[in-house]
Each structure stands twice: as structure tokens, then as C-alpha cells.
Design a protein around this ligand. Structure first.
Ligand code: CDP
Length: 226
């Protein structure tokens, strides 16, 4: 039997990390974990519980007090549950995208979610995507991929994704959100987004989904065959 490795995929907003991670997990029969969905779930909790104040400030102290009441589950079908409520679709909304990076900058939120991410991965054979997977969550992951793409391509892909779901979207607003999250995610004090020293870079700007998958599978093959 081939050995099962841990694959960490990090990168900027909307560069195709989750799409690649999902395809890779399917091809390898691994478990895919979308860590971003977990941060989005906490952001959604804040919106639902009046923890988003004026100018989108987060009521941090209250959120920290309530963290124990937040239960997040990711189904094998990729559905996302918050305290037994299915929030799969709503966490992709522009409103959630608008505040998630502020929520993700809170240390106590990260401590809780990183612990959960490690628990969920205990069985091995994991593909997890996010911002700090190769640097903080799994610093010993056998394969670390840092995904990039031009802002034009990322905006276009995110627009198509949202339009396919029937959202009315404004191109400039989507682009601004991606840029603003990249800035917040890269400059925060806690586990900022950065390329791990031992990560390989994959620029998806000019690659089809199939080409990205083939590239990643070739990388995996180098590690699992002895
Ligand atoms: O899919 P997209 O690139 O839009 O983002 P996502 O993976 O759903 O992540 C949403 C937000 O969660 C990011 O902009 C980060 O602020 C935060 N995040 C994080 O801080 N750490 C992670 N491991 C994953 C997401």
C-alpha cells in the first residue's frame, strides 16, 4: 500500500486552492479539509449574534467569551454546519467575505480552529487548504503547495463562482475584497499568510483545472513511491 501523506495548500484569496485541494483529495482518496470554511463559519456566527459593530469592528471580547458555544462540523460532502445549522451557502456571501479576515486575525479564534483542524486530520491522508497550513497547522507536511494567480484571473474566477450561484455581483467590489483580504491576511500578527520555506509554488493563472491537478499529482508521486 502506498503511504498516505499530508498535503498543505496555502495561498492568496480566490487563487483556486480549494478547487485543487478537492480534486487532489478525490484523486488520491484522501480527506479534504477547507480550513477557510471554518473561519467563515465563525464570521457568520458573529453576524448572526450581533458581534459585528459599527464599521465592521468585531466585538472581540464577547466573541472570545462565546467561543466554547461555537461548534463547527465539516461533512464529507463538504457541507458546513454551525451549531447544527447548515451554513454551506451563506458563508460564501459577500457579507461574510467582508468581515472574515478581521475574525481570522483574532488569536483565540485561530487557537480554537487550529486545534480542530489537527483533530480532524488525526487519521492521516489529508489535503487541507488555507493560509497557515504549511507554516503553522502542519509544519511537517510532506508536500506544501503555495498557490498564486494574477488578481485579474482571481477576480474573474470568483465572479463566475458567485454568478453561478445566482448572486448579483460587482466586479470592482469582488476585486477589492480579494485585495483587502490578502492585505489583512498577510500583515496580521497571528499566523500571517506567507509561503513556507519548503513550499513549491504553483501559479494557476494560465493553467486549467486538469493541468493543476496533473502537476500536483506528479509532485505527490515523487513522495509516495519509494
Ligand atoms: O476561498 P477564499 O480564497 O476566498 O478564502 P477562504 O479559504 O475561504 O478563507 C477565507 C478567509 O479565512 C481568509 O481570507 C482568511 O482571512 C481566513 N483564513 C485564515 O486566516 N486561515 C486559514 N487557514 C484559512 C482561512
Amino acid at each position: 500500500m502506498q503511504k498516505k501523506i499530508t498535503i498543505a495548500i496555502d495561498g492568496y484569496a480566490g487563487c483556486g486552492k480549494s478547487t485543487l485541494a478537492k480534486a487532489l483529495a478525490k484523486a488520491l482518496d484522501y480527506t479534504f479539509i477547507d480550513s477557510g470554511a471554518m473561519y467563515r463559519a465563525v464570521a457568520f456566527y458573529c453576524l448572526e449574534n450581533n458581534l459585528v459593530l459599527e464599521q465592521d469592528e468585531i466585538a472581540e471580547a464577547t466573541l472570545i467569551q462565546q467561543l466554547d458555544q461555537i461548534s463547527i462540523q465539516l461533512g464529507s460532502d463538504q457541507r458546513v454546519w454551525l451549531n447544527n445549522q447548515d451554513i454551506t451557502e451563506v458563508i460564501r456571501s459577500p457579507r461574510v467575505a467582508g468581515i472574515v479576515s478581521k475574525v481570522a486575525a483574532i488569536k483565540a479564534v485561530r487557537v480554537k480552529l487550529v486545534e480542530l483542524q489537527r483533530q480532524m486530520s488525526a487519521a492521516g491522508g489529508i489535503v487541507m487548504d488555507g493560509r497557515d497550513i504549511g507554516t503553522v497547522v502542519f509544519p511537517d507536511a510532506e508536500l506544501k503547495i503555495f498557490v498564486t494567480a494574477s488578481i485579474e484571473v482571481r477576480t474573474q474566477r470568483r465572479l463566475e463562482e458567485l454568478r453561478a450561484k445566482g448572486e448579483v455581483v460587482d466586479q470592482l467590489a469582488v476585486e477589492e475584497n480579494l485585495k483587502s483580504r490578502d492585505h489583512q491576511d498577510s500583515t496580521r500578527a497571528e499566523s500571517p499568510l506567507k509561503q513556507a520555506a519548503d513550499a513549491v509554488v504553483l501559479d494557476t493563472s494560465a493553467l486549467s483545472r486538469e493541468e493543476q491537478l496533473s502537476w500536483a499529482l506528479a509532485r505527490v508521486a515523487l513522495l509516495v513511491t519509494d
